[in-house]
Design a protein around this ligand. Structure first.
Ligand code: 13P
Ligand code: ZN
Length: 270
């Protein structure tokens, strides 16, 4: 065993946290990440049967029983993850019946997983039902996406349409669109259940006046989705007070989606 920080998935997690801080989307302790880790992969680096301590879960994570996840600590500053990964990250195993989680490594000196754990775990459950290769949930406070929720209608269809119309890549990168939740109190099971519900239809869920959640088969894929949404939102914020003459038209989006053979939300186009 060579120390969990040598594991490729841990190196990638540390690198991603640092990147996200530099992008300006993870101010202070903003944002959190969780990754489902293959047991055999984790076992190369640590004893996956050891339990340092346990956390109770207030929601039903039974479908994740036995799964191992790397997750960011509640209160962790992403800019500090690289400096002290053992304090800012943890490796947990979901216990019997999905009612608890055992700490295998990390969260040094106390502390526990992100306050958004219900949104993470319930979204993992939803996405795994759609795609067995699903692995990652990423949350951050992407600036322009957040700003867009202050000035734009918050229904899934109209929010998606605006993003798709800003930039050619969007309908190819997220053909299913994005889900949008109204402002809600964060860090509880209610927003966790609402987020997971959106994840039935989308891999991106925007939280009004807060930020964005994205799911993917890898850290790159989840962050890439956020990058594409955020770029389109940035363009929207830049042009919204001007006279916009040339957005991509519905017919053009249809031809584009069909030429890339993506399964887009047909009912989101006129
Ligand atoms: P945590 O520090 O508990 O992960 O919370 C940060 C956050 O972004 C809450 O939505
Ligand atoms: Zn947040």
């Amino acid at each position: 065993m060579g120390g969990i920080l040598k594991a490729p998935f841990m190196k990638e997690l540390v690198r991603t946290c640092t990147t996200m801080f530099r992008l300006g989307w993870n101010e202070r302790n903003g944002g959190n990440i969780s990754i489902i880790v293959d047991e055999g992969e984790a076992a190369k680096y640590l004893d996956t049967r050891a339990s340092l301590r346990e956390f109770d879960l207030s929601f039903d994570a039974a479908e994740l029983e036995g799964r191992i996840l790397a997750v960011t600590r509640t209160g962790s500053y992403f800019r500090n993850v690289k400096v002290d990964p053992e304090y800012n990250l943890g490796l947990v195993r979901i216990g019997k019946g999905g009612k608890s989680a055992a700490l295998l490594w990390g969260f040094a000196g106390g502390g526990g997983p992100t306050s958004e754990l219900s949104s993470h775990l319930l979204s993992h459950i939803t996405r795994l039902r759609q795609d067995t290769r699903h692995r990652v949930v990423t949350h951050c406070h992407a600036t322009n996406t957040l700003a867009m929720t202050l000035v734009h209608d918050l229904d899934d269809r109209s929010f998606t349409r605006t993003l798709w119309k800003m930039m050619t890549e969007c309908i190819i990168v997220f053909p299913e669109g994005v889900g949008v939740l109204p402002w809600m109190i964060c860090g509880n099971d209610e927003i966790g259940r609402a987020t997971a519900e959106k994840m039935k239809d989308y891999r991106v869920c925007v939280w009004a006046q807060h930020g964005v959640f994205a799911a993917g088969n890898s850290l790159d894929e989840a962050l890439g989705l956020i990058e594409a949404v955020e770029k389109a939102a940035q363009v929207y914020i830049m042009v919204m007070n001007g006279t916009v003459r040339n957005v991509i038209k519905d017919g053009e989006l249809k031809v584009l989606a069909e030429s890339f053979a993506v399964n887009y939300r047909k009912d989101f186009l006129d």
